[in-house]
Design a protein around this ligand. Structure first.
Ligand code: TRP
Length: 446
């Protein structure tokens, strides 16, 4: 890779769309609704919003600065600025492996639901959607769909950064917004929808600021914005000198918040309308969404479109953590891009198969773990991403000179810098202190 010309993303819109493509995915459409459902709905939404604004956006700006300055992968980027800090890059690679270990499995579920929408079996069955979900997850099909999803990602990455990642995001993201809006409108007319809005929009403040809700919401803020593991370092390494980092981070965050909120506005009215429980956990969207479609004319068509959409949103995200590992292998281990892509895919397959095939049961830090799924999910969103985010802030806020941040944020003085001192206070003090506090409370030390 070192002698090849390094790729870059085209215009301003592309930088936003690829980063938003990474951010918006199962995190916003699947993970957010089920966590919100388990943590009081509106209370969770409120804390999640605060965590995005006060914690995740500053971390994203730091990652952008490191990536765009060095034009390197996560490990190489930090190392170029300060050798010992390359460990942050390795934390990111580890985290990318964790996420790879279960994300494709969920993406595979959405493929199955797509196929079963098209062939009609989802809506022609005598058993409930919850039973169908249980039957499916206990069958061998998830293995097939997970593998198909991994290969789809492989195919796009293999086409390279500009052709693959950029094109895919530019087409998929706008379609996603439109369909979600249509769904939210449709759900508003379902009987009993009002209870869903109440649940999702009127917060219980006591629950909002409990250690558990804070911990989960902060993890979700990192996860949904793809920050804390050097993913945005890797993507920003393809930005050019004109990319406006503040503008990009705000656009990406607002788009992600928009999609997560819309997902909530689709799911919760439907949950209450169908008499389901919001606390279903990971199965929530898979047993709720079909309820929305089943009485509609052309149910199978709408359902298919929606599961395509979830699949596409997942795909622009899987591309991004596949790319984190691929870019690292290609640049740090002097592999060809092709070999790096294949290696990453092979590792991903092994990790996913373990998740699909191995179950166990133990308790750690007061949490029940029953498969590597739980370990990967908890380990990435609640442990590795917050730690990565914390040290990324410490690195940019304390180890690097303040100029570094200012130069990158203002494109060396070409953009107005009035807001920089305020952002720097966030990066240097507020975000790291809050992350540390929430983290220590969350794991039960404080
Ligand atoms: N943000 C993605 C989602 O919400 C998942 C993701 C992609 C991610 N790349 C990441 C999470 C990097 C953390 C770090 O679906």
């Amino acid at each position: 890779m070192s002698n090849e010309k390094r790729a870059s993303f085209g215009g301003k819109l592309s930088a936003i769309l690829v980063a938003a493509g990474s951010a918006i995915g199962l995190g916003s459409i699947w993970r957010f609704p089920y966590l919100a459902g388990e943590h009081g709905g509106a209370a969770f939404l409120l804390v999640y919003l605060l965590c995005v604004l006060i914690i995740a956006i500053p971390v994203m700006l730091c990652e952008f600065a490191v990536g765009r300055r060095t034009h390197k992968n996560a490990v190489g980027g930090f190392r170029q600025l300060s050798k010992p800090w390359q460990i942050l890059g390795f934390n990111g690679i580890l985290c990318a492996l964790f996420i790879s270990g279960y994300y494709y499995v969920i993406a595979g579920w959405s493929l199955d639901y797509l196929v079963n929408s098209i062939n009609g079996s989802l809506y022609n069955s005598d058993i409930s959607f919850a039973q169908q979900y249980a039957q499916f997850t206990a069958s061998p099909w998830p293995i097939v769909y997970t593998l198909i999803f991994i290969l789809l990602t492989h195919f796009i990455i293999a086409r390279g950064v500009e052709k693959g990642i950029e094109k895919a995001s530019n087409i998929m993201m706008p379609i996603l917004f439109i369909i979600l809006i249509l769904m939210a409108i449709r759900v508003a007319f379902m009987p009993g929808a009002a209870d869903g809005y109440r649940f999702f929009l009127t917060p219980d403040f006591a629950q909002a600021f409990s250690a558990d809700t804070l911990f989960t919401a902060a993890g979700q803020a990192f996860f949904s914005l793809s920050v804390g593991m050097g993913c945005m370092v890797t993507y920003a390494s393809y930005f050019n000198e004109k990319t406006n980092l503040i503008g990009t981070s705000l656009s990406v965050s607002l788009l992600t918040l928009f999609v997560a909120t819309l997902a909530g506005l689709v799911i919760f009215p439907a949950v209450f309308s169908a008499g389901l429980e919001p606390t279903e956990g990971p199965s929530l969207i898979f047993i709720t969404l079909p309820e929305i479609f089943k009485d509609m004319p052309l149910a199978t068509v709408w359902s298919a479109i929606f599961f395509i959409l979830i699949g596409l949103a997942a795909l622009t995200s899987t591309i991004s953590f596949h790319e984190v590992i691929t870019a690292y292998l290609a640049e740090e281990h002097k592999m060809s891009r092709k070999a790096a892509t294949y290696t990453t895919t092979a590792i991903t397959i092994v990790l996913s198969l373990i998740t699909l095939l191995v179950t166990f049961d133990f308790n750690f830090l007061g949490k029940q773990f029953t498969s590597t799924f739980d370990i990967y999910d908890y380990g990435s969103a609640n442990i590795l991403l917050p730690l990565g985010g914390l040290f990324t802030c410490i690195f940019v806020g304390w180890v690097m000179k303040p100029q570094f941040f200012r130069e990158e944020i203002t494109n060396y003085g070409k953009l107005p810098g009035k807001i920089v001192p305020f952002l720097f206070i966030l990066v240097r003090y507020i975000a790291p202190i809050l992350i540390l506090y929430i983290f220590l409370k969350g794991i039960g030390i404080l």
